[in-house]
Design a protein around this ligand. Structure first.
Ligand code: SF4
Length: 325
């Protein structure tokens, strides 16, 4: 799978499976396909995640000896092998602690799914089972906000302390709170992600009502002080109608701080359709933006290929600098 093909597949974002190949593994509770089934295709050095959707223009077909092919309009687009998601994605225990949120970011399915909250014991048990497979390489925790960002950080920090026993890298993605980086670093987290989500200040208030873009940026800057460069990440969703200028400037601002942006194609989740403008970016835009990110990372001496947890390690949903290009 070359770069253009991966960009094309991400741009479409979904795939239909044959009846002979039902999706394996549990429904994901994290990431863009939360509440849905996903597949992971490994092809050469690249990996892509696609949501399983009936009537997708992409169709999966089985070949011999574990190989599969992706067909579009009768033509093969990519060929590779399916990878088994361990917990949400391959080789990681990527666990959503609170599957609910007091905020209402308009692209996110979590507040609509309004699921449960996992106890520390349950998370430790899930990681233990994942480790028993022999495939586990990293732990990533993400969480909505059950009651307040402060309480959520305290809860996740407590879980992180219990997970140190596995001696694996731990990444955390939460809504920042006062001193959250200090607290989570002390608890034993190795990497952190605070999502800016939308880098267009004009649009931000409509997309993430009740959340402050300025505070998230301040938290990211503080996080670099605690976790170091190449260990702090931030999701930037594209396809919300953001201005290209604001997006590019915002990406540069993040890199200047020592933060690695994750350029994430918006996923018009069925539970959110109609609430805001959401359109999947074209493959050309995905490649152009990924090249821009790669350029600013190089300028600031940052690397996309040293991440130990989360999306920069997984690479399933995005074009990752220094990994995909
Ligand atoms: S890239 Fe991130 S959100 Fe996407 S499947 Fe991998 S870990 Fe999940």
């Amino acid at each position: 799978m070359d770069l253009k093909t991966k960009a094309h597949l991400i741009s479409l974002g979904s795939i239909e499976l044959p009846e002979s190949l039902p999706p394996s593994g549990p429904v994901s509770t994290a990431g863009p396909g939360a509440g849905e089934k996903n597949i992971f295709l490994r092809s050469g050095e690249r990996r892509v995640r696609l949501s399983v959707v009936e009537s997708s223009p992409l169709k999966l077909a089985e070949l011999n000896e574990g190989e599969v092919t992706i067909i579009e309009n009768g033509v093969e687009v990519a060929r590779g092998a399916l990878e088994r998601p361990l917990l949400h994605c391959p080789r990681q225990a990527y666990i959503t602690v609170s599957e609910k949120c007091i905020y209402d970011c308009k692209f996110c399915a979590v507040p609509k799914l309004s699921g449960g909250v996992k106890s520390k014991e349950r998370v430790v048990d899930m990681v233990g089972r994942a480790q028993d497979t022999g495939e586990l390489e990293a732990i990533s925790l993400t969480s909505g906000v059950e009651s307040s960002p402060e309480d959520e950080v305290a809860k996740v920090a407590d879980i992180v302390r219990s997970l140190r026993r596995f001696d694996l890298p731990i990444g955390v993605s939460v809504t920042p709170a006062p001193r959250s980086s200090e607290i989570l670093r002390e608890a034993g987290a190795d990497e952190i992600k605070y999502n800016v989500e939308c880098l267009d200040p004009e649009l931000f208030g409509r997309v993430c009502p009740g959340v402050s873009l300025k505070k998230i940026k301040m938290a990211l800057s503080d996080a670099v002080g605690h976790f170091g460069e190449n260990r702090v990440f931030s999701n930037v969703i594209i396809g919300l109608g953001e201005s290209d200028r604001a997006l590019r400037d915002g990406i540069e601002e993040l890199a200047e701080m020592g933060v690695l942006p994750i350029i994430r194609a918006v996923y018009p989740h069925p539970l959110r359709v109609g609430e805001i403008e959401m359109s999947r970016p074209s493959p050309e835009r995905l490649i152009e933006l990924a090249r821009h990110v790669r350029g600013v990372l190089d300028e600031h001496g940052l690397r996309g290929d040293v991440a130990e947890t989360g999306c920069y390690r997984c690479t399933g949903c995005d074009l990752i600098p220094h990994r995909d290009l």
